[in-house]
Write a protein that binds this ligand. Structure first.
Ligand SMILES: NC(=O)c1ccc[n+]([C@@H]2O[C@H](COP(=O)([O-])OP(=O)(O)OC[C@H]3O[C@@H](n4cnc5c(N)ncnc54)[C@H](O)[C@@H]3O)[C@@H](O)[C@H]2O)c1
Length: 336
């Protein structure tokens, strides 16, 4: 029988792609989501892509009683924990909510997992824990210095998981530090559907090309980068989803806790991404330059060698696929 995998936040952007990938790899995904930043309308699309029923429990990851019921009702073999709040700017305005959902939610999940004897966990962390790295590419043993409340909540959970693993003989935990996930499922039926003005570059380009917003503001043209605009490591969400399956399989043969970067290993500037997106959509993106934003950093890209050496993962898709798939999702409406 197929192993059942619980995906918290499985209705969200990254979680939904993981659910589809799990089903295609022969697993039986189960979703827990409170739809704080997603819609139940994604579910029939997930089932269509997965080719199987995907049970979804509407519930809060902070609710231990609800989690106990999930573990009672389903024979869960492992958990992929994507549920959380992720807007860097908002995290400074609502620190209590971010610590509550991201930190208390992870504690509640670990408690319910421990009680149920489910000890395999893949955790969605973020490259934002590095802040501006001293050396590039950034490897997992680089110093951590998150420059936002959001980033600090991720680091608190990472530290907690590194303390939890040695306290029991069976914990198998992979902490995945994502760089900049972008793009959509190549079917164009699931993708990133932010409410309001998107915070991330690719969804914003989608909405500008789709006519919803007038122009792109590029924050800073004097960063110490080749064209003066910020450089990030953009990772196709399908590659990211595949990384979770590979990490889970790795945990089946490796107890303990380990941290992995998931990134491509090279950076693209804002202007390079805009040019790639214009090629994908065949439209011009109006843009203007604006002053740097406080807390922004110049350049980050991953050293993904550890994930490759440990579980054979490498990003297979490039920036043009990211833009083409994101635009296909947008052209189909880009929303649920
Ligand atoms: N998207 C990125 O750029 C990025 C980068 C690095 C790390 N991450 C992390 O990856 C994870 C998934 O991110 P995403 O981009 O898919 O975000 P998302 O907002 O699309 O997905 C998160 C999901 O969690 C759900 N959720 C929020 N609070 C919940 C709660 N209390 N109980 C149950 N469900 C809850 C939301 O409804 C949503 O469906 C997050 O933990 C995020 O911090 C994302």
């Amino acid at each position: 029988m197929a192993d059942t995998i619980l995906v918290t936040g499985g209705a969200g952007y990254i979680g939904s792609h993981i659910v589809v990938e799990l089903a295609q790899a022969g697993y039986a995904p189960v979703v827990l989501d409170n739809f704080a930043n997603s819609s139940p309308a994604v579910l029939p699309r997930l089932e269509a892509l997965a080719g199987r029923r995907v049970p979804c429990i509407e519930g809060d990851v902070r609710d231990v009683a609800a989690l106990r019921r999930v573990f009672h009702d389903h024979a869960i073999a492992a958990v992929i924990h994507c549920a959380g709040l992720k807007a860097v700017g908002e995290s400074g305005e609502r620190p209590l909510a971010y610590y509550d959902v991201n930190v208390a939610g992870s504690l509640a999940l670990a408690e319910a997992m421990g009680e149920a004897g489910v000890t395999t966990l893949v955790f969605s962390s973020s490259a934002t824990v590095y802040g501006q790295p001293e050396r590039l590419p950034v490897a997992e043993d680089a110093p951590v210095a998150p420059n936002s409340v959001y980033g600090r909540t991720k680091l608190v959970v990472e530290d907690f998981l590194r303390d939890l693993a040695p306290a029991g003989p069976n914990w198998r935990i992979a902490i995945l530090r994502y760089f900049n996930p972008a793009g959509a499922h190549p079917s164009g039926t699931i993708g990133e559907a932010p409410l309001g003005r998107p915070n991330n570059l690719v969804p914003l380009l989608c909405r500008i090309a789709g006519g919803e917003f007038a122009e792109l503001s590029i924050f800073g043209r004097d960063w110490p980068t080749p064209d003066g605009t910020g450089v990030r490591d953009y990772l196709h969400v399908q590659d990211l989803a595949e990384g979770h399956i590979a990490a889970m399989k790795y945990l089946a043969r490796t107890p303990g806790v380990a941290t992995f970067n998931l990134g491509v290993g090279r950076g693209f500037s804002v202007l390079e991404v805009v040019a790639a997106f214009e090629r994908a959509c065949g439209r011009t993106i109006p843009r203007q330059f604006a002053p740097r934003r406080a807390g922004d950093i110049a350049c980050v890209y991953a050293d993904p060698a550890r994930a490759n050496a440990s579980f054979g993962w490498r990003a297979a898709r490039g920036l043009d696929s990211i833009c083409a798939d994101a635009w296909r999702w947008q052209a189909g409406g880009g929303k649920y």
